[in-house]
Design a protein around this ligand. Structure first.
Ligand SMILES: Nc1nc2c(ncn2[C@@H]2O[C@H](COP(=O)(O)OP(=O)(O)OP(=O)(O)O)[C@@H](O)[C@H]2O)c(=O)[nH]1
Ligand SMILES: [Mg+2]
Length: 332
């Protein structure tokens, strides 16, 4: 199961209570206070882990809590601190406060750690309250509660380029041609149900770009038709969008109007997506009908550069690879 959005209940550990104790030894009556302080409660920590790629474990187990600090002990022993609770999250995960909708934290670089919720401080033992006028204090303080909160975890995939297109346009076929990923491609709509990231390698320079393959977009996706448009968040961080058009008109639409529909659906999702740099890829050029559709596309969208390719005949792919390289950002 692929989950890219879920709600979690997080709680840092409570501090341990301070201890009330007096030193008692055979030849040392009234040895004075020796109650130690409580230990600190554990924090809730976010850890960016590149081996994670989705959030289903948090859907199935939404409650996470760090360990409480241990209480202080006699002989001035400080209580042990509670263990932190570490949430391993895929790169690109954002934490949004479920009440306010405010973005609280995000992890993007593998290995990156963020302390989200602080554990409570330990309480003071009675030894901490001794003074010249009160040499036998009976006062201690309790440990402080840890921070807690309810958050939405939202995964926004990190990729340099993203594929946009109608179902069946050949996005997954293209991802299979360009990257190391082998996403399923088939002749029915909505073959791809969730985002899939592959790497485009350039052996001549050692450059690598991440390409995100996402589900198909259809007219009215913003009104929840098809799979809706929420999955577009996975291309929000891309520098470059590849619009993949079915130049064979397989499903009875015209590629020229497909392009206008895709642009308008992106605008409905967010102007930021619509403003991204784009490459238009005319796929299925091996089909006899493609030349006519391509000419019609160029008439309708003058000035929009278009790269003709065929995933089946494997034509136009090296030109496309070069175009991607010159448009996309370098990944570190
Ligand atoms: N003739 C021809 N067919 C192609 C070409 N590329 C892909 N197809 C076919 O188009 C159909 C859809 O391909 P997919 O790669 O699954 O399309 P998609 O855009 O990922 O589709 P969804 O995941 O449903 O959104 C498959 O039957 C492919 O074999 C091509 O270059 N030429
Ligand atoms: Mg697909």
């Amino acid at each position: 199961m692929f989950i890219d959005e879920t709600k979690v209940f997080l709680k840092a550990g409570k501090g341990g209570d301070g201890c009330l104790s007096f030193r008692r030894e055979k030849f040392l009556p009234k040895g004075g206070p020796d109650g130690g302080n409580g230990g600190r409660g554990g924090d809730v920590v976010l850890l960016c882990d590149e081996n994670e790629n989705e959030l289903s474990r948090y859907r199935f187990q939404p409650h996470w809590k760090a360990e409480n600090g241990r209480p202080g002990e006699g002989r001035n022993k400080q209580g042990a601190s509670g263990d932190d609770c570490v949430l391993r999250l895929p790169p690109g995960t954002q934490l949004v406060n479920a009440e306010t909708g405010e973005l609280v934290a995000e992890v993007t670089r593998p290995g990156e750690q963020v302390v989200l919720l602080k554990g409570g401080k330990g309480g003071l033992g009675n030894d901490a309250f001794k003074t010249s006028v009160n040499q036998a204090p009976r006062k201690t303080t309790p440990g402080r509660p840890g921070e807690e909160g309810i958050f939405h975890l939202v995964l926004k995939t990190i990729a340099d380029a993203g594929l946009v297109g109608f179902p069946n346009a050949g996005k997954s076929s293209l991802a299979g041609c360009l990257t190391n990923a082998r996403p399923k491609a088939a002749a029915y709509p909505f073959t791809t149900l969730h985002v899939n990231v592959g790497v485009i390698d350039y052996p001549d320079t050692g450059e690598r770009f991440f390409l995100a393959d996402i589900p198909g977009l259809i007219e009215g996706a913003h009104e929840n038709r098809g799979l809706g448009h929420e999955f577009l968040r996975h291309i929000e961080r891309c520098r470059l969008l590849l619009f993949v058009l079915d130049m064979a008109g397989t499903d009875g639409r015209s590629p020229a109007s497909d392009y206008s529909t895709l642009v308008s659906e992106l605008e409905h999702y967010s102007p930021v997506l619509a403003a991204k740099s784009r490459l238009v890829v005319a796929n299925k050029m091996d089909d006899p009908a493609a030349a006519k559709f391509l000419a019609a596309f160029k008439r309708k969208h003058r000035g929009v550069p278009v790269l003709p390719i065929s995933c089946h005949a494997r034509t136009g792919l090296s030109e496309l690879r070069q175009a991607i390289r010159s448009h996309a950002t370098r990944t570190p």
